[in-house]
Write a protein that binds this ligand. Structure first.
Ligand code: IMP
Ligand code: MG
Length: 184
């Protein structure tokens, strides 16, 4: 039977590994925010982070809210400046709240850098970043996530929300796409 699995070269994080990551990060976030006394808002960056966000937040037994944003960042490869375009914005004010941005992967770091500045400018008390995957070798700006699921080398991955040309998000694991797929 046909399965999109056949386009995958190797599995980088299977269900067991993803569970381990979500358990560990959820425990860490729960411990750090349990006594904050402020509203806790998870800002999930669409679309790639939705599987991770659902698995992570459902393991955090604190009073919190879920918000979603869709953004894209622009800027030349050599500049740390550039701007962020907001395609879908928050439905509430974040003033004096604790915000945790949930990302699927940090590559250059541009998207998250712009987004954290935007949320801080809106008066959030704190803005932290939680990413499933991190490609530190690709970083072009000075940004580090506060919570990292797994560091990976400079390879192109799909699945568990991550896409190639909007496809493969539905794979239940994170895998490396076969190079033949890009060169089609
Ligand atoms: P950054 O602003 O360069 O850090 O961009 C991060 C965004 O690039 C992610 O949210 C993904 O949408 C996309 N991206 C980067 N690397 C990969 C990958 O290996 N697979 C799928 N999407 C990726
Ligand atoms: Mg993408």
């Amino acid at each position: 039977m046909y399965s999109i699995d056949r386009d995958i070269e190797s599995v980088l994080a299977d269900r067991e590994k993803l569970n381990e990551i979500c358990d560990r990060l959820a425990a860490q976030i729960t411990e750090e925010y349990r006594d904050s006394g402020r509203d806790l808002i998870f800002v999930t960056v669409l679309k790639g982070s939705v599987f991770f966000a659902a698995d992570l937040i459902s393991r955090i037994p604190l009073k919190c809210e879920m918000e979603f944003m869709k953004v894209s960042s622009y800027g030349s490869g050599t500049q740390t400046s550039g701007f962020i375009q907001v395609h879908l914005d928050l439905k509430r004010d974040v003033k004096d709240t604790d915000v945790i941005v949930i990302e699927d992967i940090i590559d250059s770091g541009r998207t998250l850098e712009k987004l954290t500045h935007l949320l801080a400018d809106r008066g959030a008390h704190s803005v932290k970043c939680c990413t499933l995957l991190d490609k530190p070798d690709r970083r072009q700006v000075n940004l580090n996530a506060d919570y990292v699921g797994m560091e990976i080398p400079d390879v192109f991955v799909v699945g568990y929300g991550l896409d190639y040309d909007e496809k493969y998000r539905n794979l239940p694991y994170v895998g490396i796409l076969k190079p033949a797929i890009y060169s089609k």
